[in-house]
Structures are given as structure tokens and as C-alpha cells.
Design a protein around this ligand. Structure first.
Ligand SMILES: [Cu+2]
Length: 137
């Protein structure tokens, strides 16, 4: 239990870090729930920084059936594991779009996008699902 609290504190502190520090942001943090995953997928999601990462992962994890969600700021890509009896791919795309972020399949909600912090207002023409290496720190 202490480990869970500690990791939540780490996730929170990463989330509150300013956008200017994203080059040094850890790319390994993952939102975790108690779901049992039997399926996984990866798809492109646009975004700029560590704050975007937190919003995107939180949105994906809020979908019932999602076990883990990890967004990579360099690849503009999310890896999701989920229980396919409880959710499906489009529900995950839709939840992320509703939080303000474009996915490969669903364009972001305009209202949610306009509510993002200035530094998170990513370019809608940004290439996503890139194959580059994950930058470790
Ligand atoms: Cu951001």
C-alpha cells in the first residue's frame, strides 16, 4: 500500500512539473489500475509535454477495463493494456479525444483542447505514432 501511495506521489509531482522541463521528464511513469489486461495496443496521440502525458494517461485509465496506459512524449504514441470484455479500442480513443488530445482515429474535443494550458496546446498537424527511440533519462 505504501508503494502505491509513493508511486501516486511521484506521478503527481511529475504532473505538476512545468512544461519547460519536458526534456528531463521521466517517460516511464504509468498510470495503473486494478484491471486484468488480456489485450494491448498502441496508437498515435498528439501532445507536447509531461502535463499532456498525465492528462492523456488519466483519460485512458478512466475507461473501465483499461489496466495500464503509457504515453511516450517523443513518439507521440500511447501503449494501452486492457480487458477486452470490458472495453474496446474506440472507447479508449474517444476518452482521450474528450480530454483534449487528438488520436489517430478521433479528433480532440474543441472545448477540452481550448481548456488546456498554453504550453499543452499542441499543433494539430503534428506527426504521431513515430518510430523513434524512447529517450531514457
Ligand atoms: Cu502539455
Amino acid at each position: 500500500m505504501k508503494k502505491v501511495i509513493l508511486s501516486l506521489a511521484i506521478i503527481a509531482s511529475v504532473g505538476f512539473t512545468s512544461c519547460k522541463n519536458d526534456a528531463k521528464q521521466k517517460t516511464e511513469t504509468t498510470e495503473v489500475s486494478n484491471e486484468i489486461a488480456n489485450a494491448s495496443l498502441s496508437f498515435g496521440v498528439r501532445g507536447n509535454c509531461g502535463m499532456c502525458k498525465q492528462t492523456i494517461e488519466k483519460a485512458a485509465n478512466a475507461v473501465e477495463g483499461v489496466a495500464t496506459a503509457t504515453w511516450d512524449v517523443n513518439k507521440k504514441k500511447i501503449d494501452v493494456s486492457f480487458n477486452d470484455a470490458k472495453t474496446d479500442v474506440m472507447a479508449i480513443h474517444t476518452a482521450i479525444a474528450a480530454s483534449g488530445y487528438d488520436t489517430e482515429e478521433v479528433s480532440s474535443s474543441k472545448d477540452a483542447y481550448s481548456g488546456l494550458p498554453g504550453c499543452c496546446k499542441y499543433d494539430h498537424t503534428m506527426a504521431m505514432n513515430q518510430s523513434g527511440e524512447t529517450v531514457a533519462d
